[in-house]
Design a binder for this molecule. Structure first.
Ligand SMILES: C[S@@+](CC[C@H](N)C(=O)[O-])C[C@H]1O[C@@H](n2cnc3c(N)ncnc32)[C@H](O)[C@@H]1O
Length: 232
């Protein structure tokens, strides 16, 4: 091994950081149409209340998709910055295609031509570019990170990202909560999917309840949204 004073693990760490931040510049998305397609459920006023109550300045969102919830946080809280973590994988194209003719698209774009135009844009530009188009006016307050949780969390922490609040709307695994809490023990954890998967026994509810029991949190939940609070 060369005598650089750096262990292989340290070099790996630095490489991971480089990888995270190389693509942080925004592509020119100004000509893209803004598509108002979101997947979140109700109860997000609980997140707004937590942001206000704690004077949160930085929100980490795990699972951005087309940026609808990120827009909501940024529009509602003018002093808030949002770091958005999402791999924006190719699987999202097929996912969007499955929404054609179904409620997710019908309720916002009842016209079949609009739905066809949406899918054409998704196929041509990809979901990440369309998310950035949706968030363009918040360019100075939104940082897109193209990576997965929980793998990217240590690197974000090492890069001095210090979220006051973390909104989890992604893979429904306890590892997201565990790793976020390990690296940012003071951050408020909240998220979506509380109501999701009734026939599967509400998987995210089980995850949140297990985490809350293990770490001594109370849960406030309404419809899709949950927020953890220190046990009183
Ligand atoms: C339900 S959507 C997010 C919706 C968005 N928060 C909104 O309300 O408009 C879930 C997103 O999580 C992303 N995702 C899945 N696994 C992830 C992971 N391990 N880390 C970060 N994002 C992930 C997917 O790519 C997808 O865009």
């Amino acid at each position: 091994m060369k005598k650089t004073g750096r262990t292989p693990a340290f070099r790996f760490w630095i490489k991971a950081l480089d990888h995270l931040f190389t693509d942080i510049d925004w592509p020119d998305v100004s000509a893209l149409r803004r598509w108002n397609v979101g997947l979140g459920g109700g109860g997000r006023h609980l997140v707004h209340a937590a942001i206000r109550e704690h004077g949160a300045k930085v929100l980490l969102e795990i699972g951005v998709f087309l940026g609808q919830s990120a827009r909501l946080w940024l529009e509602t809280h003018p002093d808030l910055k949002v770091v958005g973590l999402d791999p924006w994988g190719d699987d999202l194209v097929e996912q969007c295609e499955r929404y054609v003719g179904r409620e997710t698209l019908n309720k916002v774009y009842p016209d079949a031509q609009d739905q066809a135009d949406f899918i054409a844009d998704v196929r041509t530009h990809g979901v990440k570019a369309l998310a950035l188009a949706n968030l363009l006016e918040f360019k100075d307050r939104f940082v897109p990170i193209e990576a997965t949780s929980p793998e990217a969390i240590p690197a974000l922490c090492a890069a001095e990202v210090r979220p006051d609040i973390i909104y989890i709307d992604a893979g429904k695994t306890i590892e997201d909560l565990d790793v976020c809490h390990l690296f940012w023990p003071d951050a408020i954890l909240c998220g979506d999917d509380w109501h999701w998967g009734r026939t599967k026994g509400y998987p995210m509810r089980q995850v949140v309840e297990a985490f809350a029991a293990a770490h001594g949190f109370d849960i406030e939940a309404e419809h899709a949204t949950w927020v953890l609070k220190p046990r009183t």
